[in-house]
Design a protein around this ligand. Structure first.
Ligand code: PR8
Length: 470
């Protein structure tokens, strides 16, 4: 892919994902095909989160006094909040913020709900629109001003240990989610200057895009007791004493769909893992005059069998050259194409083509086994797409030991560079300026006793990840 940015922009239009011509910068329209991909993506995350969290829905507007209570959040989002100031012709008594995220909307209600340790833990999630007046260059799905698919989880616990367990649970859920979608990622702890405002620390997932820059695709924040103190969320422990709760929140967004498209797409267009594909199988009947009925009877029956067994299947009967149809469905990323012509029927064959490998397979047709054949093929596609994406992430991650290699590697090869680091804030910020990169964060690693910081030469305590970022 020569120019990822251009490719990405075109594919959104050509594969009918979104229309970005909506007349407000940073806001787009989900088209029917895109909406379905979004729906199946949400199903995939909900299936995991719902096991142990309850879905809720909070209002979109937050009173200014409530938003401003938490100093660090206000500061963190100061430049990005949209305000509602009027109701019709009347000025409102108090400005109302369009939520940039929902801590300040949800936690005052937690304070009403939580009384005793019996009420804990509280574990809720919601999928909503949030609004951020992003000042950096906006890009459809990647950096938007209305985040239309903000999937956020919020929890409260009686002890810091339980909160830490929830952090691990959030990380586990996101790992499983991205694995399901076959999106490769790296996990690290964000540096102090890039953590979520008001949090103790932030753990982030970053995926390497085809152009070598990384995209933050999910974050898990340990909030400690900061918000609990601000919004007075207390509980009575079993000794009758009042304590503040310990909180965790985590979120993913429209960016996951962007990462999905970027991870798997190619010059032919989109490539979708079966789990999120609006059509998992497209059947193309190859119709010749006089043999039309034979072919269509066969393909109608095949379509019914697959549909009855829960496979998302569609038949393309349009009066068009088959080649043109192949091109279209490849562009839309349908994982499996089945072609059936009169000769195939005579030979009791069908032809099955995988979108990811382009491999063509002649399959002996048996009504009793065809569902298993298709399901097995989908499983193989899922597995192979995931492996390919993980391999890309791995191959684009480089360990370096000399400072001059940082910039050189990033500029030449892109991706993530890892190196030894002292962990000092000033040193990290200096690295960002000096090498024209962003510090993504640290990973736990066993360093040699005499390991030194790549930038300042002092004793190294961490393995740090750096990259150019979206
Ligand atoms: C929180 N509170 O808010 P976070 N466009 C698209 N995706 C975005 C954008 C944007 N402008 N900004 C952020 N994201 C916490 C956790 C509730 C949930 C995506 O955390 O500010 C990023 O992938 O880190 C980010 O990881 C995720 O939303 C959560 O946003």
């Amino acid at each position: 892919m020569k120019n990822f940015s251009e490719w990405f922009h075109n594919i959104l239009e050509e594969a009918e994902i979104i229309d970005s011509r909506y007349p407000i910068k940073g806001m787009s329209v989900w088209l029917p095909r895109g909406f379905q991909i979004r729906k199946y993506t949400l199903n995939a995350i909900n299936e995991l989160v719902e096991k142990d969290h309850d879905e809720v829905l909070f209002p979109m507007l937050i009173p200014e006094t409530q938003l401003s209570k938490e100093g660090e959040t206000v500061k963190g989002f100061e430049e990005e909040v949209y305000w509602v100031t009027k109701g019709g012709k009347n000025d409102l008594n108090e400005r109302l913020a369009l939520r940039p995220t929902s801590e300040t909307s949800i936690y005052p209600m937690f304070s009403l709900w939580i009384r005793s340790h019996m009420d804990l833990p509280v574990k809720v999630f919601q999928t909503v629109s949030t609004f951020r007046y992003e000042t950096k260059h906006t890009r459809p799905l990647i950096r938007v001003r209305e985040i239309t698919t903000f999937h956020e989880t919020h929890t409260a616990h009686s002890t810091p240990e339980e909160a830490e367990e929830e952090v691990q649970e959030g990380i586990r859920i996101y790992k499983e989610f991205f694995d399901k979608l076959g999106i490769g990622y790296s996990i690290c702890r964000r540096p102090e200057w890039d953590k979520f405002p008001g949090s103790l620390y932030t753990t982030a997932f970053d995926a390497i895009m085809p152009d070598g820059k990384t995209l933050q695709i999910g974050t898990v924040h340990n909030l400690g007791q900061k918000f609990a103190q601000t919004y007075d969320i207390q509980f009575e422990n079993d000794e009758g004493e009042h304590e503040y709760v310990n909180q965790v929140c985590y979120g993913v967004s429209d960016r996951v769909v962007a990462a999905l498209i970027a991870a798997h797409g190619d010059e032919k267009g989109l490539q979708l893992p079966p789990v999120v594909a609006p059509e998992q199988v497209i059947i193309i009947p190859i119709i010749f005059k006089e043999k039309e009925d034979i072919v269509l009877n066969f393909t109608d029956n095949l379509e019914k069998i697959l549909k009855d067994n829960g496979i998302r299947v569609k038949q393309d009967k349009r009066d068009m050259r088959p080649g043109k149809k192949y091109y279209e469905w490849e562009k839309r990323g349908v994982p499996i194409r089945i072609e059936v012509g009169p000769r195939d029927i005579e030979n009791n064959n069908i032809v099955l083509i995988r979108r990811d490998t382009g491999k063509k397979e002649f399959i002996e047709y048996d009504e009793n086994t065809i569902v298993d054949v298709v399901k097995e093929c989908m499983d193989n596609i899922t597995k192979d797409m995931k492996e390919a994406s993980n391999k890309f992430q791995e191959e684009k991650t480089f360990f370096v030991t000399k400072p001059e290699q940082i910039k050189k590697t990033i500029n030449k090869k892109g991706g993530i560079v890892t190196c030894n680091w002292c962990g000092e804030i000033d040193c990290g910020k200096e690295m960002e300026d000096k090498f024209d990169i962003d510090v993504l964060g640290t990973q736990e690693a066993e360093l040699e006793d005499d390991a030194t910081c790549i930038n300042c030469g002092k004793k190294a305590n961490h393995k740090v990840l750096v990259s150019k970022t979206y």
